[in-house]
Each structure stands twice: as C-alpha cells, then as structure tokens.
Design a protein. Sequence first.
Length: 145
Amino acid sequence: MLFEGDGYSEEWQKEAAKRGLPNVKTTPLALDAMITDKALQLFESNNVYSPIEIEARHEIELEKYIKKVQIESRIMGELATSHILPAAIRYQNALLNNVKGLKDLDFPEAAYINQKQILSKIAELINKISELVEKMIATRKFVMK
C-alpha cells in the first residue's frame, strides 16, 4: 500500500506505526540507523562495508548535514537582514507617514486606528526578527566551535 499523504502529518505517524515502520523525525537521528548493531552486522555479513567504513560514512553524512544547515542558516540570516527587514522598515515608515499625514490634517483617530495597529504589529515583528536572527547567528557560531 502506497501512502500518498503528507509525510509530516499525524496521519502518517499513525500509518507508520500501523505498518511497524520507524518514524524518525530528524536527519541526525535517521542517520544513526546506519550504525545500529543490526545495520553493522548486515553490512559486514554481506561484505558491503566493514564497521570502520560504515562509521566513517556515518560521520561524513553527519558532517554534510551540519554544513548544509550552516549554509542554509547563513543564507536565512542574510535574507532577513538584507531583504526582509529593510522592506518591513520601508513599509513601517510608509505607514508612519500616512498616520502622521492624517493626524496633521485633523482626521479623527478612527480614520487611522487600523494603520496604528498594523504599525505596532510591524514594529513588534521587526524586533522579533532581529532578535531571532542574532540568536541564530550566535548559536551557529557556538556550534561551529
């Protein structure tokens, strides 16, 4: 039976359990299947890999995974600081100028209350993005030590 659904869904978790399949949720843990006693014995008994070779392959795969995560997080940080935040700040400034203009023309606050709420939410999100990007960079640097 072929499963055509979302491999991350709760439906798949139930289906995998029903079929007796492991449902490992992270790549590093999935890669650990390479070095279980059962896998080592299988590779060795079929003259595919020696235990040293499979452990080396496991280490290489983990290193490749870490490097990919490092690259992706570096790119994500660059996108956030070079593209997303500047665009959000430009939008924030446009809203701010709109609210100021309406205030200066003595419009009632009801005319721009929604823009003020959006402005507040954007300021909150800009701060959150900045905070999380800094945290991600610090974590990435710590992991690389």
